[in-house]
Design a protein around this ligand. Structure first.
Ligand SMILES: [Zn+2]
Ligand SMILES: [Zn+2]
Length: 236
């Protein structure tokens, strides 16, 4: 249950709040309805540092990555998968709230000792941004930034469009995103900067890894990553 201020409670009388996962109306501040709450597959520690899955579910082989660690609150299954679909493809920005709250909790639990200088979203290419009109990772990053009180900056750009990662087999995904991200010359990453990279979902980690690599090439000292959901690799 999220505490709402009087103005938000008043607004909820005019525009009832909806469940992030299924869209059913819920009481003010509930965020997720009872049915969907039971259909959320939470990822519980201890976690694999590479793929964000629980160690018992990890199939990633712990390849060395450019990210220092990756975490996610939910598996890409059940109600979390529906909520992400609503956020990403149906333009329902309110569906981000459940993820932002859970991502913030996961970051505090897993990275409690880390001081972040910047929160950075994974960018979309200009063509996809135009089509979709917003970047779901930026929506998540902004929500997370206000909960964690860390500055959010769009430091990365995606130079050109690639095949959607979900349409490719796992072994082709690193190659698909190789060299597509860059840091524009007017964006400055100060030396020793610790970054929290935000994306909607992680599967093989190829996109996040490529982004982390570029941020480190441009000066970041450490790059941690948090995503709304993580896929179990055996399901690809
Ligand atoms: Zn629901
Ligand atoms: Zn793993």
């Amino acid at each position: 249950m999220v505490k709402r201020n009087p103005w938000e409670r008043f607004l909820s009388l005019l525009y009832p709040e909806r469940c992030c996962c299924c869209g059913k109306t819920v009481v003010c501040g509930r965020v997720v309805c009872t049915d969907c709450r039971f259909r959320l597959k939470r990822i519980l520690p201890p976690l694999c540092p590479c793929c964000g899955c629980a160690k018992k579910d990890c199939r990633c082989g712990r390849h060395r990555r450019h990210t220092d660690r990756c975490v996610a609150p939910f598996y890409h299954e059940g109600a979390a998968r529906s909520a992400l679909h609503r956020l990403k493809f149906e333009g329902k920005a309110y569906a981000a709230e459940m993820f932002c709250l859970s991502m913030a909790q996961t970051v505090q639990r897993e990275f409690g000792e880390v001081v972040f200088d910047r929160i950075v979203p994974v960018p979309l290419s200009r063509a996809v941004f135009k089509k979709r009109s917003y970047n779901q990772s930026l929506v998540l990053a902004k929500g997370l930034a206000s909960l964690l009180k860390v500055d959010c900056r769009e430091l990365l750009v995606k130079e050109y469009e690639t095949m959607p990662q979900r349409e490719l087999p796992a072994y082709r995904r690193s190659g698909n995103v190789l060299g597509v991200f860059s840091v524009p010359s007017d964006k400055f990453i100060h030396k020793d900067c610790t970054i929290l990279l935000v994306d909607d979902t992680i599967t093989t980690g190829a996109t996040i890894d490529e982004c982390a690599k570029m941020l480190k090439i441009y000066g970041a000292k450490a790059v941690y990553a948090v995503t709304a959901t993580a896929s179990r690799l055996s399901e690809i």
